[in-house]
Design a protein around this ligand. Structure first.
Ligand code: COA
Length: 337
């Protein structure tokens, strides 16, 4: 068995910055409410005509990661692309990325695990490397949330939270047994599928029928994200803790070994709660939700890239990535850098 380690990180966010103040023009909300409940000060949203799509943003992040890894697109053996906001119902964004990067006909797998997407994608990529099937795997998380949100007072409980962006990570094979990705935790609980969801149109309510229904029921909101915020919050704080504890335990470590926690940026209050539970200091938990909001599958690779750029990750550091989201799904990855 081989092991895999991170050799390149990249990120991209669209240029357009949407402040909390700007949102007050579209809905009944306030900068104070958003900051107090979520920690978010601004987010980046794609702009009409800026050329960004989910795969285009993923490609921008991937190019930066490739450059930093000293690799060409043709060196990549496999793509794992995590997103809940693909360009199309099908095919997924992974194949579009393969084309954009002018890569050879390597495999491209889309992961649809919402906020936990990048944690799942990382675990999947690691398995391909561990078994020896592939050497270099490109893992991407990219989201365009803004175009699917209900940007009105009706949707304010959800729409103020989400942002657009992309992050990328390149994993490569290593012979070192005690370095790189050492443990994963992956879980789901489908009984809460309807607590955080975009339901329609889909196979259970196909487009044509749904559009007819929408004409007769203009107040229908099934095509917008729905979130039972309080319930999600309560589950998130428990599941985050479990996932982090599980990877530490699997790696034979304790919370004292943890150097840096990169939580999925769901809500600053969730991150602060987890920090307190594990007795971590401020510099041991990386947060950037203030600038980007919740970018779903992109939030961890964006935060990981920023933390690395800021010199917060050193050789041999123990870094844990952890996420919780729609599904419910949750999990964590433990990396010895
Ligand atoms: N601006 C102003 N008021 C708002 C608002 C907004 N953007 N959104 C909701 N409100 C109002 C509600 O209508 C409600 O008013 P009411 O008391 O008159 O009915 C009040 O604020 C409280 O709403 P509530 O939903 O109970 O707030 P909350 O404290 O639970 O915070 C979240 C809402 C979404 C910030 C919070 O529940 C949360 O962060 N949940 C987890 C989110 C998450 O992690 N999601 C992603 C998982 S990956």
């Amino acid at each position: 068995m081989y092991n895999s380690k991170v050799i390149g990180l990249g990120k991209y966010v669209p240029e357009r910055v949407v402040t909390n103040e700007e949102l007050t023009r579209y809905m009944d909300t306030s900068d104070e409410w958003i900051r107090e409940r979520t920690g978010i000060e601004q987010r980046h949203w794609v702009a009409e005509g800026d050329g960004n799509t989910t795969a285009v943003m993923g490609a921008k992040a991937a190019r930066q990661a490739l450059e930093r890894a000293g690799l060409k697109p043709s060196d990549i053996d496999f793509i794992v692309f995590a997103t809940l906001s693909p360009e199309f119902f099908f095919p997924g964004s992974g194949v579009l990325l393969q084309e954009l990067l002018e890569m050879p006909t390597v495999g491209a797998l889309d992961v649809r695990n919402q906020c936990s997407g990048f944690v799942y994608a990382t675990a999947v990529a690691d398995q391909f490397i561990k078994t020896g099937m592939y050497k270099n795997v490109l893992v991407v998380g990219s989201e365009i949330q803004s175009t699917g949100l209900d940007v009105s007072t009706r949707g304010r409980g959800v729409s103020v939270i989400f942002g657009d962006g992309a992050g990328a990570m390149i994993l490569t094979r290593t012979e070192e047994k005690k370095k790189g990705l050492l443990a994963h935790s992956l879980h789901s609980e489908g009984k809460y599928a309807d607590q955080l969801t975009v339901k329609y149109p889909a196979s259970s309510f196909p487009s044509q029928k749904y559009f007819e229904h929408l004409q007769q029921n203009p107040d229908e909101t099934g095509h917008f994200p729905y979130m039972n915020g309080n319930f999600v919050f309560k589950n998130a704080v428990v599941r985050f803790q479990e996932a982090i504890a599980e990877v530490l335990q699997k790696a034979g470590m304790s919370k004292e070994d943890l150097d840096l926690l990169i939580p999925h940026q769901a809500n600053l209050r969730i991150s602060q709660f987890i920090q307190k539970m594990f007795g971590l200091k401020d510099h041991q938990v990386y947060n950037n939700i203030q600038k980007y909001g919740n970018t779903t599958a992109a939030s961890i690779p964006i935060a990981l890239t920023e933390a690395w750029e800021a010199g917060k990750i050193k050789e041999n550091d123990i870094v844990v990535l952890a996420a919780f989201g729609s599904g419910f799904t949750w999990g964590a990855n433990l990396i010895k850098w």
